[in-house]
Design a protein around this ligand. Structure first.
Ligand code: ADP
Ligand code: MG
Length: 256
């Protein structure tokens, strides 16, 4: 399975009304790749991630997850329509997204947050789901927080719980959208450390981040998005040490 394509995106376009936000993105993440997506605000990073699990419907293009293309069809509207809802549900259940603002369910305990999808979508028996959730909480350093409500936890703890929730679905790939941007500076490190461990065990991930030093360190591949196109991409050494595009040079200069 290693080095097989996990996520393949071909000529992906997305427009909101007349505003074209993604202008033809072609990108492949293979099993075990850690793809860092960098770029300025409004360049389309979140929209790209949201199209991959169809939280946003693409306007055109193709997306395949582990070799299986989403079945979509054109309509008179701007956006492609889902042809096979069950296919999308099945694939999406295994595409974990970690958001800037954690998005835990506030009225459920951490444990309940983690076992919800395994039990109700994947059909995991409750005992097994709980057992696995407890192990995952240990992994992210929250072994004693299972019965807490998210609102009583720090941002760093909430984000680690959100990562455990994604791990609970055996993700085909993990999608991180600025996972540390909403955190107080002193809490960033504990979340990056969990992500670093996941990268080290070769979990496939797409990581939108403004943490340039971290991206350089953990990414196998870096993509610079600008105004809805991939302006430059390559290994981290190349992008950070010898950026070709003047816009990327400027961006890296401003970020460091
Ligand atoms: P980034 O994550 O790189 O900051 P986004 O993908 O969030 O960028 O947004 C890219 C552009 O798309 C922005 O101009 C934003 O205003 C626009 N946009 C994003 N979501 C919507 C939406 N639901 N409706 C209209 N415009 C949107
Ligand atoms: Mg964004």
């Amino acid at each position: 399975m290693e080095h097989e394509p996990a996520i393949e995106i071909r000529d992906l376009r997305k427009q909101f009304g007349s505003h074209e936000v993604l202008k033809g993105i072609t990108l492949t993440a293979r099993q075990g790749d850690v793809v860092a997506i960098i770029g300025g605000s409004g360049s389309g990073k979140s929209t790209l991630l949201r199209c991959i699990n169809l939280l946003e419907r693409p306007s055109a293009g193709e997306i395949a997850i582990q070799g299986e293309p989403y079945r979509l069809h054109a309509t008179r509207q701007n956006d492609l329509e889902i042809s096979d809802r069950r296919q999308v549900q099945r694939i999406r259940a295994h595409l974990g997204m970690v958001f800037q603002n954690f998005n835990l369910w506030p009225h459920r305990t951490v444990l309940e947050n983690i076992i919800e999808v395994p039990i109700h979508v994947l059909g995991t028996p409750r005992d097994e789901a709980i057992h696995r959730a407890e192990k995952l909480l240990d992994r992210v350093g929250l072994g004693d927080k299972a019965s807490m409500y998210p609102g009583y936890m720090s941002g760093g703890q909430q984000q680690r719980a959100a990562i455990a929730r994604v791990l609970a679905v055996d993700p085909l790939a993990m999608l991180f959208d600025e996972p540390t941007s909403a955190l107080d500076p002193e809490l960033v490190g504990e979340v990056l450390s969990v992500i670093r461990d996941l990268a080290a065990e070769q979990r496939t991930m797409l990581l939108v981040t403004h943490e340039m030093a971290f991206a350089r360190d953990v990414a196998t591949h870096v993509v610079f998005l600008r105004d809805g196109i991939i302006e430059e991409q390559g290994p981290p050494e190349q992008l950070f040490n010898a950026p070709r595009s003047p816009h990327l040079q400027q961006f890296i200069g401003a970020m460091s």
